[in-house]
Design a protein around this ligand. Structure first.
Ligand code: SPV
Ligand code: MG
Length: 275
């Protein structure tokens, strides 16, 4: 997809249903978000779930999709040996793209206060090298994500880290920021010189139009959690409405129909198989 040129748009999800809705809207890939997968269990995004649980979520999405899942694998669930095991397990489950981030295990979500300590760059570069050495065949994509800006380091540190990760074999770099504008990211892009495709996650600077990001040198944009946030707002208002009104009439025109659910379940296809 990256070779075809143009920007690749990715939407976050935590289950197959969210993934299918993203694909249906045109997204070229689905981000199996650690924030979403843990939030779906009402647990913090703090390395509480195990690799197996995150893999199951990603694999359930991939089974329902024709576009690739990009699995958010946090820190790789431990040291470099854990990363090797992770790559074997994810590939065996049909996942073709993973993202690893350069924080200490256990990690804390990037937007939470504290817990944003970085792993030394050479140790993370070793994890990336291990991931690439552990893959079977060519069809596997490793994104190296730096949390340098998240942890309060300057753009120069993010650049230095991403160069090391590219040297270690990363297929792309992800530069994450929790700033309210894209200025740090623009500064990064101006100096990166296209060594590897750049992935961004514009959660806190939502006004960055995809075409402007592409013009600035971004190859992949991940809308990591908007689906989950929409779900929370919409479900909360639906439940409140039903409870307050005592019936669900007021909602009927705005919620999906049961036949819509059947279509998403591909019930007709399953009926054909049975016949
Ligand atoms: C996720 O969606 O889990 C991410 C992006 O990794 S963030 O929540 O910003 O860390
Ligand atoms: Mg995450």
């Amino acid at each position: 997809m990256l070779d075809e040129g143009g920007v690749v748009r990715v939407a976050g999800a935590h289950d197959a249903l969210g993934g299918v809705l993203a694909q249906e809207s045109g997204f070229q890939a689905v981000w199996s978000s650690s924030l979403e997968v843990s939030a779906a269990r009402c647990l913090p995004d703090a390395s509480l779930l195990t690799m197996t649980e995150y893999l199951q979520a990603a694999a359930n999405m991939q089974k329902a999709l024709s576009v690739p899942v990009v699995a958010d694998c946090d820190t790789g669930y431990g040291n470099a040996m854990n990363v090797a095991h992770m790559v074997h397990e994810y590939q065996a489950a049909g996942i073709t793209a993973v993202s690893l981030e350069d924080k200490l295990f256990p990690k804390m979500n990037s937007f939470a206060a504290g817990g944003q300590t970085l792993l030394p760059a050479e140790e993370f570069a070793h994890k990336i090298e291990t991931a690439k050495n552990s893959q079977q065949g060519d069809d596997f994509f490793v994104i190296a994500r730096t949390e340098a800006l998240i942890s309060g380091q300057p753009v120069a540190e993010a650049l230095d880290r991403c160069h090391r990760y590219a040297d270690a074999g990363a297929d792309a770099v992800l530069i994450h920021s929790k700033a309210r504008t894209n200025s740090q990211i623009l500064e990064f892009l101006a100096q990166w010189q296209g060594r590897r495709p750049v992935v961004v996650v514009p959660t806190t600077y939502p006004d960055w139009h995809v075409e402007d990001a592409a013009r600035a040198g971004v190859s992949v944009v991940i809308y990591a959690n908007q689906g989950l946030r929409a779900t929370i707002a919409s479900m909360r208002s639906a439940f409140r409405s039903i409870y307050q009104h005592g019936d669900s009439t007021a909602l009927e025109d705005s919620i999906a129909s049961v036949s819509d659910i059947f279509a998403l379940q591909r019930l007709a296809d399953w009926r054909k198989l049975e016949a």
